[in-house]
Design a protein around this ligand. Sequence first.
Ligand code: FAD
Length: 551
Amino acid sequence: MENKRWLSSFHRREKLLKFADSDFDLLIIGGGITGAGIALDAAVRGLKTLLIEKADFASGTSSKSTKLIHGGLRYLKQFDIALVREVGKERAIVHQLAPHLVVPEKMLLPIIKGGTFGKWSTSLGLKVYDFVADVAYADKRVMLDKKATLKKEPLLPGERVLGAGLYAEYRTDDARLTTEVLKTAVKRGAEVINYCSAESFVYKDGKVIGCNCIDELTGEGLTVRAKQVVSATGPWVDELRGKDKSLKGKHLLLTKGVHIVVPKSRLPIRQSIYFDVEDGRMIFAIPRANIVYIGTTDTVYEEKQESVSTSQKDVDYLLSAVNDMFPDVELKQEDIVSNWAGLRPLIFEPGKSASEISRRDELFESPSGLISIAGGKLTGYRIMAKKAVDLVVKKLDQLEGRTFEECITDQILLSGSSFSSREAIEEYRQAIRQKLKGKNIPSFYSDYLVSNYGTQTNIILDKMESLPADDSQILLTLAELWYCIQFEGVCKVTDFYIRRTGRLYFYKETIKPTLRAVLSAMKGYFSWTDEEEIAEHESMREALFLSTEFL
Ligand code: FAD
């Protein structure tokens, strides 16, 4: 029988009323990758679970990363072998769980005169990396001499390059990964809602038993109750610990990381590159579709979490780094077509600079019983979730003598991921390409749809048949919009264009021709007033403006 549990934005009010009327085993605050992972793990183990997110899913750090599922070569430099081992092995698991969304990506690490890594240290480092992270034979590192390096990447500076290491990583889309984990959690029984913020905690006998929340779309208040509460609020973890009056001892240090996006024609690199910056840091340049994104910066951030943005200084730093490594390119600010800025919720370590601080995760348990989880990586979300849920079930066992299953999320395919092999993904992509050809839709949409939605692309193409529109690109976009509202919790126009589809970053040219039709369809779906439609239009205009304006 078809599983009718969907992450739908329709019937939102009924859902909220139901939540206020229920007692949950677990309330998760925060709908980034960490909260999503916890929701899936908890639901699969049989906990009655509710996740609330104050804005859109993945709108915090989980849509602003470098979008790599990686073993973290930089941690080897910090001699954090345990972390390299943990995330290194995890990469392969996350790839298995969503093979269309977490795709193998070869990374070129050029060895530069006076650079971070020398020939021997790179060779040894990558070998240790392969060993520690248990990398499959076919993906093990290959060392290239100068000639082979320049053949692979002619844009590198010939006079400074000594050679390169070529090693294996995985590329993903962080916001889509978060969405698919959440959808899978919902299918497994979790309740999940966005635009619902936790304002204050509710206590009984000094123990936290729920939250007073606000529905951010209507301003209405509601109270939700749960036996255990986990804050997976990333950069906001200390804010919630403050509300719980338990912000003592270890605390967060937020560092800002910026990425800029340029057309591939302006930086025509042939594969992903991880390269040296003059100040001793290293940054990535990663091709995707018709663009290349470059990042990241790493600077201490002390402003409001909600207003993180890209500054002129961030842009200058990244442009200068690229122009130093690819001197013939002469990239200019006018070449930038988009950008994003995010915050790393790191655990503060006295005396260490932003780049030196460990990316390890940490669990805090307050006297009220509030569990907070912060730090960590996108890559390790499943392991972080396991640690949090292990603690929750231990506490439920102590309180009520209830026992739950062990974590099995390493075996649960994410929605849209039922592919048996890389060849199967390619075959599916070809079939979609043929279908689109028949509908006069540009062929790049087949890659776009399959990497975003996997096998769920069929639902979108089927929906196209029932929608009225003359222009086939608009028709496809409207079918996609309906899918994202019905199955992926889209409430606002920016949810659609930024996080579900990544169009603002990677396919910006598709926004203007479709925006009016999307706004009008959303107005119909959500019964918006004219003023609400104008406000949504304005929010998208602002997002487009900020994609190329720097403060
Ligand atoms: P978030 O994604 O920030 O989620 C927390 C959520 O809590 C937010 O959506 C927020 O709105 C919500 N929230 C806050 N307060 C409330 C409230 N009161 N009520 C309800 N909801 C609330 N990791 C990798 O593995 N690979 C990479 O390539 C990589 N690159 C990175 C590059 C940069 C520049 C940065 C900044 C990080 C990178 N990371 C990477 C790390 C990774 O992105 C983060 O570890 C991860 O996204 C953190 O997810 P989270 O769910 O803990 O936090």
